[in-house]
Ligand binder design. Structure first.
Ligand SMILES: C[S@@+](CC[C@H](N)C(=O)[O-])C[C@H]1O[C@@H](n2cnc3c(N)ncnc32)[C@H](O)[C@@H]1O
Length: 268
């Protein structure tokens, strides 16, 4: 009898959660998020620092940490690691400095809470250039939801509300809600200077996204893949290794931790 009641409760709970990807209740209180955050602040990432020194571009760490507290510090089993924000900023500033384009067009899959988009937007602002960021996620943009974030303590929010403090950076971001496979069918971008693929980590989807981006890129344009990791994201790992053999992009691999790699692909 108890098992039937439990099963019934689970069904009701699941139905209520439809449309609320991070659930219908707050995950934790403010203190818990702050404790997680403080632990992350003590970590060092030598490979990332070396890369920043090599390219002589470095994001303001205090700015990054503040954004991360709102958009990266979440309750999850895997470790909190937002070093991709540093790589995106450094690579994008470097691209802009070495390019003659007047307007930079960016494509991203996997917006989540907006962290990576806002980091790329800061690179555009700090480089004094105009630009637009087109980012896709199956998550809603304008629906008030809990985000499994410290911000949940002041109630459900839309994504723009979650990012209110970074309002100046979200002005140039076009948030698209839906499956990347469907959204790109109607997305009219002629050229993509810089792309960050961090949506579905499934090989078929990444291949579709890459093929779509590649057609819109010229020499020296960039695609960054997050989660280049043979253990947890075999699809991305294999895709990048195959791409490397094709010699259409030069690939640089960087690791912040053993199981967190990034592949930076420069069009040849
Ligand atoms: C790892 S998170 C992205 C993290 C984000 N780039 C950041 O820096 O915070 C992956 C995101 O991809 C989204 N996603 C997964 N499959 C997708 C698909 N087929 N189309 C669009 N978004 C997808 C998920 O909803 C999730 O928010």
């Amino acid at each position: 009898m108890f098992k039937i009641q439990l099963f019934f409760f689970k069904i009701i709970f699941t139905i209520f959660k439809i449309g609320y990807p991070f659930g219908i209740m707050k995950w934790a209180n403010e203190k818990t998020y702050l404790e997680i955050y403080k632990k992350v602040l003590n970590k060092n990432y030598p490979e990332i620092e070396n890369h920043e020194e090599k390219l002589k571009k470095k994001i303001d760490i205090n700015w990054l940490n503040k954004l991360a507290l709102q958009t990266q510090v979440v309750i999850k089993k895997s470790s909190i690691n937002y070093q991709h924000g540093r790589i995106l900023y450094t690579e994008l500033c470097n691209y802009i400095q070495n390019s003659s384009v007047k307007k930079i067009v960016i494509f991203e899959t996997g917006t989540a809470r907006g962290f990576s988009s806002v980091c790329m937007s800061k690179a555009i602002t700090d480089s004094n250039i105009t630009g637009e960021i087109n980012t896709i996620d199956i998550l809603p943009n304008n629906k008030k939801i809990y985000w499994n974030s410290i911000s949940d303590n002041t109630g459900k929010k839309t994504r723009p509300e979650l990012l209110e403090y970074w309002n100046e950076y979200i002005q140039r971001i076009n948030f698209h809600s839906g499956d990347s496979e469907e959204i790109i069918k109607n997305l009219d971008l002629e050229r993509i200077n810089f792309a960050f693929l961090d949506g579905s980590h499934n090989k078929k989807k990444v291949t579709q996204e890459f093929d779509w981006v590649e057609k819109r890129q010229l020499k020296n344009d960039v695609i960054i893949f997050d989660d280049y990791d043979p253990q947890n994201f075999k699809g991305i790992f294999e895709f990048v290794n195959n791409l490397e053999k094709e010699n259409s992009y030069k690939i640089l691999k960087i690791f912040s931790e053993n199981s967190r790699g990034y592949a930076i692909a420069y069009k040849l």
